[in-house]
Every structure is written in structure tokens, then in C-alpha cells.
Design a protein around this ligand. Structure first.
Ligand SMILES: Nc1nc2c(ncn2[C@@H]2O[C@H](COP(=O)(O)O[C@H]3[C@@H](O)[C@H](n4cnc5c(=O)[nH]c(N)nc54)O[C@@H]3COP(=O)(O)O)[C@@H](O)[C@H]2O)c(=O)[nH]1
Length: 545
């Protein structure tokens, strides 16, 4: 069941390998489009402004020309001349003769009517000419009034250009099919708003923000804004995004395929571990655990080794990868199964012996390990009460509450749980307080310090006291010297393991050792004595012999 984790991880990596190029291509495409569209938006605002300015220039020039030819009057010949001028100006609706009170007296086409001023008058580039935003009173349409006033005698000429004639009605945009154009007069409001597709312009924002550009006229009181909505940009380039996504998925699939080939086929290290598990190359070595008061063997810790054609590989070289890839789960099952087969007969004969296994943080995330232990040891000569599971403090547990449940379920089976490497890792006292373990294992680091550093010795003393106060059994690990052994015994530690007794041994050697320490004729008595003694964990060994 827990092997599934490696598949989950593989799926996660595969998904990431596909998502990464898709995301990258989309981001690159969007970035390119934004740059191109911004350049185009800037260009459009400048282009529209120069067209507007050009149209106004031709009206201003016409008025200046008309004024130069004759003083303002409504004589028929003058009206004819105004018609001609209005025709040549091109963009003006009409040219009127205005009186000293600014009211129209007559006009080229007779359409000039009252105006409502929207903005103050601004000087245009020609002398005596002003420009202002107006509203044609009859139609309420916005327009620009270009006025020439005679400096002597009053009166003048006025051309009115309707706002919708100011800017071109068709502007091409290449990057985005749609954009919004606004021509405004400062303090006079919006004169003209034009867009190609109202829906496209007003559609909701997308992952690309809207772009805008403003061009300000130096000759007239006018600004031109071009706004390119992000949605319009995406809509106009939908095809490119489709290609980017298809291309990204294809590149991602290629990456995922290469990853799968390396991981699952090409002899990658994870694959080698998986193959090794399948071929039964991972096997436990057994390090004896000794009652240091009576000198008796009270059990062992199973420590995995990888037996390959090129030699025996220690766990430090493969456990981290096995953990990262999820292969640690089938590996742990293989170690437990092999230990059951190696030690079943011995442990059946000597039911006081204990057998410890190392678990990893992930084992305490769900109840799979409880089911696995039951399945492997049910019906075996090794009793649940002979099993001990070690949770290391070196790796953080994902969820303490869940780990607590897993630990109590293992304890309900009859097994015991030890906190390994106490004092070296993440949990500190909180793991001891919250997890409800039965046994504390003092790390080799502290044992090494005996006889050397004063402060570490103080830690050893504190751990001994802590275990006693919490009524936990204490096992000292990594004992290498007699001096360490002596010190620990003086401090009341009763159980230890380490090279001073034996390193982790292959099954055959451990069985020989156990047989030598517990010859067959002792066995019955030992069992009887053990059965009669109250249950006190590994320390019950002190009662034997
Ligand atoms: N999840 C699993 N982790 C495992 C398993 N087997 C081992 N491990 C982890 O690998 C770590 C290294 O193990 P190993 O190389 O076997 O080292 C252990 C002992 O051999 C070593 N030791 C014991 N006594 C001494 C000593 O006197 N001197 C000395 N230099 N080394 C000694 O210490 C290691 C004890 O490990 P632990 O009790 O677990 O702290 C190991 O730490 C495990 O984390 C496995 O099956 N599953």
C-alpha cells in the first residue's frame, strides 16, 4: 500500500514537468504580446493625435486665409467665398460669420446655430485664433469651435468641427484586434470615444492587464488616449495561446518521458533500489541489545543492509533516496519479513527477546504500518510483545496527532514504541510528552561525550533522570568503551547496544551468538521465569538466570 507513495511522487513530478513548460511558454508569450501591444498602443495614440492635429491645422489655416481676404460680412459674395473655404477645409461642418457678441450672423451653409461652451478658449498656434470645446445646442453633439476674431472692430469667423469628424473612424491594430480610443479636452471632458467592438473592449479582465497610452497635443488643448484591454489582446491572439499550450504539453510530455525512463527503466538509482527490493537484496543485520547489569542478551535492533554483487552497502548510502522516492515502505516490509523468517525459531524459543525496527516519519502518517505489522507477524512464532518500533527524532513528523494514533495502535497490538536519537532532532521534549512512547534511546552523540565534554555528560545525566521521571525505559546507543559502559551503569542505565558488545551482525552470526548466550537447556527455565515475572519490558531480562 505504501509503495503507492512513490507513484504519487512520480505523478507529482510528471505533472510538474508538464506544467512547467506550459506555464513558461504562456508567460513568455504573454510577456511578448504585452511588449508588442504597448509599443503599438503608444504608436496609435501618437498617430491619432497627429491626424486630429492635422485636421485642426487645416481648419485654422482656412480661417486665417478667409480673414486675410475680407472682413467678416454676410454679403452674398462673401457667403459664396465661405462655402468654397468650408469645402476646402474639409472637416468643418460650417463656417459662420460671428458678430461682436460672438453670436452667428450667417454661415456658409446656413446651419450655424447657438453653441454651449464646454471649455475655456485656448490660443491656437495662429494669431487671433482660439479653440474651445463646445456642445451644438440643437443636437447636443460635442464639437470643437475654432474662432478667428478681428482685433479691430469685433466680429470674426468661426468654424465648428463635429467631434466624430476629428479622428479617423478606421484605425488598424495588428497585435490586438480591438482597442478603445478617447479624444478629450482638459477641463472640457470627453469629446469622442470610439472602439471597434464594444463587447471586446468591455469584457472582463484576464491574466493580461489592460495597456494604455496618452498623447498630449502641444498645439491644441487635446489629449488622445488609447486603451488596449487585456481581454482583447488575449482574444486576438487566442490561436497563439493554443499553440503555446499544445507546444508546452508536448515538451512537458517529453520531459516526463525522459524522467520516467530514468526513474523506472534506465537503471536510475531509485529503479535500482526497487529492483533490489524485488530481488530480496535488502536484508536486516542484527545489533545485539544487552542488559548491562546482568550481561544478558535482551534482544536486537534490525538494521538494513543492501547485499549486492559488488558488496554490502550500508544504509547511509541508500536510506535518504529510499525515503525520498517512497521505496522505504516496501523496503521496511522486506526487512520485517526477513527478520521474522531469520529469527522466528529463536524468538519463539526465547519469548523475552525483543526485536527493534526503524520506521520513518511517513510511517506515522497513516495506519498502513499497523496493518502491515499484523499481516507479517500474525501466526509467526514472534509475538507482538517482542516487537519494538523506533520513531526517530531526526525527521519531523507531519502530524503529531496522527502519529499518536499510529503509536497507540501499535501499542494496542502489544508492541512497544521507542523514540530514537533523543536530543538530536526536531521533537525535543515535545515528542516525548505528546507521542506516548515506551522507550527512549539515547543517541551515540551523548554517549561519545562521556569522559570528554563536561556539558554533554550533564546531558547524559539529564536524559537518565528524564527517563526515570517519565517512567520510560532508556537504551544507550553506540557504546564503544568500557569507560562509557561503567559510567552508564553507575548512572542507573540498564540497557545498551554498541560496538563494545557487537556491531550489527548478519543473521547467521547473531543466531550463533544468541544460541551461545542462551543454550537450549536454559531456555525452558528462562521462558518459565519470564512468564512468571510481571511485565516490565526489556528490563525483565534482568530477572533471567
Ligand atoms: N528506516 C530505516 N532506517 C534504517 C534502517 N536500518 C538503518 N537505518 C538508518 O540508517 C542509519 C545508519 O544505520 P547503520 O549504518 O546500521 O548504523 C547503526 C549502527 O550500525 C550504528 N552503531 C551502533 N553501535 C555503534 C557504535 O558503537 N559505534 C558506531 N560508530 N556506530 C554504531 O549506529 C546506527 C544505529 O542506528 P539507530 O539505532 O537507528 O540510531 C540508522 O541511524 C538508521 O536511521 C531500516 O531498516 N529502516
Amino acid at each position: 500500500m505504501q509503495g503507492v507513495t512513490s507513484w504519487r511522487q512520480a505523478l507529482g513530478v510528471g505533472f510538474a514537468l508538464i506544467a512547467a513548460p506550459v506555464l513558461t511558454l504562456n508567460v513568455l508569450l504573454a510577456a511578448n504580446l504585452i511588449t508588442a501591444a504597448q509599443t503599438e498602443t503608444d504608436g496609435l495614440s501618437n498617430d491619432v493625435l497627429s491626424i486630429v492635429e492635422h485636421r485642426l491645422d487645416s481648419i485654422v489655416e482656412t480661417l486665417v486665409d478667409v480673414a486675410a481676404r475680407a472682413a467678416p460680412s454676410c454679403e452674398p459674395a462673401r457667403i459664396e467665398a465661405l462655402k468654397d473655404a468650408a469645402f476646402h477645409a474639409g472637416w468643418a461642418a460650417d463656417i459662420a460669420v460671428i458678430g461682436p457678441d460672438d453670436a452667428p450672423e450667417c454661415s456658409a451653409f446656413g446651419t450655424a446655430g447657438p453653441l454651449r461652451r464646454l471649455s475655456p478658449e485656448h490660443d491656437a498656434f495662429a494669431p487671433d485664433v482660439t479653440v474651445s470645446a463646445v456642445e451644438i445646442a440643437a443636437s447636443r453633439a460635442p464639437a470643437l469651435a475654432v474662432t478667428w476674431r478681428a482685433s479691430i472692430g469685433g466680429g470674426g469667423y468661426r468654424a465648428v468641427v463635429s467631434a466624430d469628424k476629428l479622428a479617423p473612424s478606421v484605425m488598424r491594430s495588428i497585435v490586438s484586434a480591438n482597442f478603445l480610443m478617447r479624444v478629450s479636452v482638459p477641463n472640457g471632458g470627453l469629446l469622442l470615444e470610439r472602439f471597434r467592438d464594444p463587447n471586446g473592449v468591455r469584457s472582463p479582465s484576464t491574466f493580461i492587464r489592460s495597456l494604455s497610452s496618452t498623447a498630449i497635443s502641444e498645439r491644441y488643448p487635446l489629449t488622445v488616449d488609447i486603451i488596449t484591454p487585456g481581454a482583447a489582446l488575449v482574444a486576438a491572439n487566442r490561436g497563439l495561446f493554443v499553440y503555446a499550450n499544445i507546444g508546452g504539453v508536448l515538451v512537458g510530455l517529453l520531459f516526463a518521458l525522459i524522467y520516467a525512463m530514468i526513474t523506472f527503466r534506465g537503471g536510475g538509482p531509485v529503479r535500482e533500489i526497487a529492483d533490489g527490493i524485488r530481488r530480496g537484496e535488502f536484508e536486516p543485520y542484527y545489533q545485539p541489545v544487552i542488559d548491562i547489569v546482568s550481561g544478558k542478551l535482551i534482544g536486537c535492533e534490525a538494521l538494513v543492509r543492501w547485499r549486492r554483487r559488488d558488496g554490502v552497502i550500508p544504509p547511509g548510502r541508500f536510506i535518504p533516496l529510499a525515503e525520498a522516492s517512497g521505496e522505504i515502505y516496501p523496503m521496511t516490509l522486506a526487512v520485517m519479513t526477513k527478520a521474522r523468517d531469520d529469527l522466528g525459531a529463536l524468538y519463539g524459543r526465547l519469548p523475552h527477546l525483543e526485536l527493534g525496527f526503524n520506521l520513518v516519519a511517513g510511517h506515522f502518517d497513516n495506519l498502513d504500518i499497523v496493518d502491515d505489522v499484523q499481516r507479517i507477524f500474525d501466526g509467526s512464532p514472534i509475538r507482538m510483545s517482542q516487537l519494538m518500533f523506533e520513531v526517530t527524532e531526526r525527521q519531523p513528523l507531519q502530524n503529531i496527532a496522527r502519529a499518536r494514533v499510529v503509536i497507540s495502535r501499535l501499542q494496542q497490538l502489544g508492541a512497544r514504541v521507542a523514540l530514537d536519537d533523543v536530543g538530536t532532532g526536531h521533537g525535543g521534549l515535545s515528542y516525548l510528552l505528546k507521542l506516548g512512547v515506551d522507550v527512549m534511546k539515547m543517541d551515540k552523540m551523548f554517549v561519545d561525550a562521556i569522559g570528554t565534554e563536561r556539558y554533554s555528560v550533564a546531558i547524559v545525566d539529564s536524559l537518565v533522570k528524564l527517563a526515570a521521571d517519565m517512567r520510560l525505559e532508556l537504551i544507550a546507543e553506540g557504546v564503544e568503551t568500557f569507560e562509557q559502559l561503567q559510567y552508564l551503569r553507575q548512572k542507573g542505565v540498564r540497557v545498551a547496544q554498541g560496538y563494545v558488545f557487537a556491531p550489527p551482525l548478519p543473521a547467521a552470526s547473531f543466531l550463533q551468538l544468541a544460541d551461545a548466550m542462551h543454550p537450549a537447556h536454559e531456555t525452558r527455565a528462562a521462558v518459565d521465569a519470564d512468564d512468571a515475572a510481571p511485565y516490565v519490558g526489556p528490563l525483565r531480562m534482568a530477572k533471567i538466570g
